[in-house]
Structure formats: structure tokens, C-alpha cells
Write a protein that binds this ligand. Structure first.
Ligand SMILES: Cc1ncc(COP(=O)(O)O)c(C=O)c1O
Length: 204
């Protein structure tokens, strides 16, 4: 925030996972820490309701919102899905969205717990963090087992993941992997962890 303010930059805060919090409360958003001008915060219903909705919202200073709302595509008639927006507006106003959040938070935290517990039983010792929110475990790999090597063996065992270096412009974080627990049921995640453990034991 301080660097952006000094350089007079606007931060675009992609805050899509904020409602996927399982313990405590999420850390304050950059928007909340700002004076209401340096940050444009973007939310989405893609994670909480359905990716296919293609619907979200923007929180920003009124002059910024005004400029965005006046953009040509909004009134050209081609850009906004009014049916989805009005349906989600009714869903939120009725209180059903908040009930839905309680249900999906429980479902995802059950999946997280299943994967974390199964990884902690791995034959190769792993330091498995249990994330307090979101859909992913950022897993440090044991020394001497780079993610690319583990991935090749893991795929022979029928399990896959995203190597940490995918999230960098260089090869940093090749000793981490991102494991997603959003899609699969707890029993499938346990099987995935078992296969990953077998792949790690084979990778030297
Ligand atoms: C961090 C992040 N932001 C935004 C999106 C997309 O949101 P939308 O489908 O509403 O554009 C995703 C995933 O789909 C995401 O992971």
C-alpha cells in the first residue's frame, strides 16, 4: 500500500476467495486499508456460487465507479448479463446467499481436512499446512525432490498438481506445489494423497 501510494499507482485487488474462509475472519482487504482511492477491489460469485455465472462486483471510489459504468460496452447492450445479475441480487437480498455460504464453507473445509490429514500420513514426511481459507494447499516438498520430477512420477500414479514455479516468471518455488481440494470428494482426496505419497517415495 505504501509503495503504491508513493508511486501514485492504483491497486486492482482480485479478492475472489474472501468468502471462502473456514477459521476466524479473513485478513482485512487492501480496500479496507486504503483511504478509498488507491484501490479498486473486485469480487466474484465464481467461487461461491458458480463459475459459469461470470458475475462479480467492483468496489471503488465513486468517481472510478462512475467512469467504469459509463464505459461504452455497458450501454452498447452487449456486455452485461442482466438476468444473472438480477437473480443473484434476489438471492442475496433474501438471505439465501449467506445460508449457502455456510453450506459451501463446511463442504470445502471437510475436503481440506480430508486432504491435510491424508497428506500427514504420507510415507515421506511432509510439512502440511492447513489453510484457513481458499481452495488450495501450498505444499513444501521434501529436499531433493523438485516439483517437475515429482509431477512426472505422480502422473504415472494417476494424480496431478500444479508446480509452484507456474506462478512465477522464473523457476522460483520449484520446491512447492499447489494442491487443489475444491473439486473432489473427501474419499477421492484421500486416494490422491496416497498416490502422491507413493510418487514422492519413488522420486529421488
Ligand atoms: C483469483 C481469481 N479471480 C477471478 C476469477 C474469475 O472470476 P470470474 O469468473 O467472475 O471472472 C478466478 C477464477 O475463476 C480466480 O481464481
Amino acid at each position: 500500500m505504501a509503495v503504491a501510494q508513493r508511486a501514485e499507482l492504483t491497486i486492482v485487488e482480485d479478492d475472489t476467495y474472501r468468502d471462502m474462509v473456514y477459521e476466524g475472519t479473513a485478513p482485512p482487504s487492501l480496500w479496507r486499508l486504503s483511504d478509498g482511492h488507491a484501490v479498486v477491489r473486485i469480487g466474484s460469485f465464481a467461487k461461491t456460487v458458480a463459475p459459469g455465472l461470470r458475475l462479480g462486483w467492483i468496489q471503488a471510489a465513486p468517481d472510478m465507479i462512475g467512469r467504469l459504468a459509463r464505459l461504452g460496452y455497458v450501454y452498447s447492450g452487449g456486455g452485461v448479463n442482466h438476468t444473472s445479475a438480477l437473480t443473484m441480487s434476489a438471492f442475496g437480498a433474501s438471505g439465501a446467499y449467506h445460508e449457502h455460504l455456510t453450506i459451501v464453507r463446511r463442504a470445502y473445509s471437510d475436503r481440506r481436512d480430508a486432504l491435510v490429514a491424508a497428506l500427514r500420513r504420507s510415507p515421506v514426511h511432509l510439512d502440511v499446512p492447513s489453510p484457513a481459507g481458499g481452495w488450495f494447499i501450498w505444499l513444501p516438498l521434501p529436499a531433493g525432490r523438485p516439483a517437475a520430477d515429482v509431477l512426472a512420477t505422480a502422473e504415472q500414479h494417476g494424480v496431478s498438481f500444479t508446480p509452484g514455479s507456474t506462478f512465477h516468471v522464473d523457476d522460483a518455488d520449484d520446491d512447492h506445489v499447489r494442491l487443489s481440494f475444491s473439486l473432489l470428494a473427501p474419499a477421492e482426496l484421500e486416494e490422491a494423497a496416497r498416490r502422491l505419497g507413493a510418487a514422492l517415495a519413488e522420486t529421488r
